[in-house]
Design a protein around this ligand. Structure first.
Ligand SMILES: Cc1cc2nc3c(=O)[nH]c(=O)nc-3n(C[C@H](O)[C@H](O)[C@H](O)COP(=O)(O)OP(=O)(O)OC[C@H]3O[C@@H](n4cnc5c(N)ncnc54)[C@H](O)[C@@H]3O)c2cc1C
Ligand code: HEM
Length: 383
């Protein structure tokens, strides 16, 4: 019953919680609230957690737990906030399910919630400790020192810690949460992949300006970062987080991206150019046109430092003088796939579904296809 009503429950939960704790509106992504994506992700994760407690055949839950813990740490979530969330979530269950929530049922769900919460709190404590971050002060101030116009509507911001101290360790593929104070007085966080790890003193993010379609508003934070932020400005930035990272191995890599997803490719290619140039790498990227394709030259420059590197590009519309790029949707059927290939993919969910289906059909095991979602992960609990 809880599974069937999960989205109704989370749809009640958030307004309840924000009514009592409006300060939390500055931590939650308001667009994910408006579109309901965060409600769905929360509901799906709680149901999947409960299922794996009672069903020994249920798929492993570890990756869902890790993803949530990394996201929470990037947002500075603290143990005492679990009491607030638990109170409103369990009250929302009772409101929606009414008489079905007998005292026994209420007690059982409270137990499920607190088991999940304590595992998350423990993992988050471990991550804060590992990163040497005080959860009471999870953000550092960074000064923007450079803007680079990478493509139509795509800007890289180069940041240095305002305190002059060293950069934190960034693993290739990790992101930071950037909190911005918006002109209307609101404050909002968004995650941005650390798009280059080439410098030991500067952190780079690359932001694609989101244009609203079908009457929906333009992206608030990406518009602000692309249009308003200038060198000299300060931004509040979290410690690098994220578990979709390159592990040490010598296996060949296929890095697949679309649009802003290319920000996950460059740091990996740069890292390998520095540390493991003999590792074979193929990159495959899809974009609207070559004018939208950010970081292309930088990825190719880094790729040239590898012994075995290949690049494939698909555009919805190919320029007349471009004789190398493919036109249309990405089709990997002609790209050679070594038996032990490891795949990383990042782009919109429909794009990743499409490439994943093609790879599975060619015999790549699902376990070898890692993905990063640029929003709440509505996929993790389904697979
Ligand atoms: C791990 C991770 C890494 C990421 N890395 C990058 C990166 O390297 N580069 C990058 O550019 N992005 C990245 N992102 C995405 C980034 O965090 C933001 O989501 C993105 O910039 C959009 O934020 P925004 O504030 O501009 O848009 P938002 O204001 O959040 O809007 C998002 C969408 O919701 C729609 N929307 C908003 N309000 C409503 C409403 N009321 N009704 C209907 N629709 C609505 C908007 O039209 C828009 O399409 C990453 C995300 C994650 C989770
Ligand atoms: C057991 C308790 C909790 C569960 C199961 C849970 C689950 C989740 C899930 C599934 C996500 C989405 C992760 C993704 O990006 O894929 C998420 C994100 C988030 N969580 Fe939690 N969470 C819990 C507790 C908390 C608490 C205590 C807070 C603090 C108030 C919190 C704040 C957030 C925020 C701000 C986000 C990002 C939202 C967004 O970007 O839209 N969570 N959580």
């Amino acid at each position: 019953m809880v599974a069937e009503h999960a989205e109704q429950i989370t749809a009640r939960f958030y307004p309840r919680m924000f009514a009592e704790r409006p300060d939390l509106l500055r931590v939650f992504n308001e667009a994910n609230q408006a579109t309901g994506e965060q409600s769905k992700a929360l509901a799906a994760s709680v149901v999947a957690y409960a299922v794996q407690l009672i069903d020994p055949e249920a798929p492993s839950f570890a990756h869902v737990m890790t993803r949530i813990a990394h996201k929470h740490v990037s947002l500075g979530i603290r143990p005492e906030q679990y009491t607030v969330v638990g109170h409103h979530l369990l009250a929302a269950v009772a409101e929606v399910l009414g008489d079905a929530v007998t005292p026994q049922v209420a007690e059982a769900w409270a137990e499920v919630y607190w088991l999940f919460a304590t595992q998350l709190i423990a993992e988050e404590a471990r991550l804060y400790h590992q990163a040497d971050v005080d959860p009471l002060h999870p953000l550092r101030s960074y000064r923007v020192v450079r803007r680079i116009e990478e493509a139509d509507g795509v800007v890289s911001l180069v940041l240095v810690p305002a305190d002059g101290e060293a950069l934190p360790v960034v693993l290739p593929g990790q992101y930071v949460s950037v909190f911005v104070d918006l002109p209307d007085g609101g404050r909002q966080p968004r995650q941005y992949t650390v798009s280059s790890t080439a410098s030991e003193t500067r952190l780079q993010i690359t932001v694609s300006r989101l244009t609203g379609v079908g009457g929906n508003p333009d992206g608030r934070v990406s518009s602000y970062l692309c249009d308003v932020v200038r060198p000299g400005d300060l931004l509040d930035v979290s410690t690098p987080c994220g578990d979709v990272i390159l592990e040490s191995s010598s296996r060949p890599l296929l890095l697949i991206s679309a649009g802003a997803g290319i920000t996950t490719v460059l740091p990996v290619v740069e890292h390998l150019a520095r540390t493991q140039p003999q590792r074979p790498v193929v990159v495959a990227h899809a974009d609207r046109t070559q004018h939208d394709h950010a970081l292309r030259a930088t990825v190719l420059d880094a790729g040239r430092q590898l012994d075995d590197f290949d690049s494939h590009v698909w555009y919805e519309t190919v320029d007349v003088d471009d004789h190398q790029s493919h036109e249309g949707l990405m089709d990997l059927s002609d790209v050679p796939l070594p038996d032990d290939v490891q795949v990383f993919t990042c782009g919109p969910l429909p794009f990743m579904r499409h490439v994943r289906a093609g790879l599975l059909a060619r015999g790549v095991p699902a376990s070898e296809i890692r993905y990063e979602v640029f929003g709440p992960d509505l996929w993790a609990t389904q697979s």
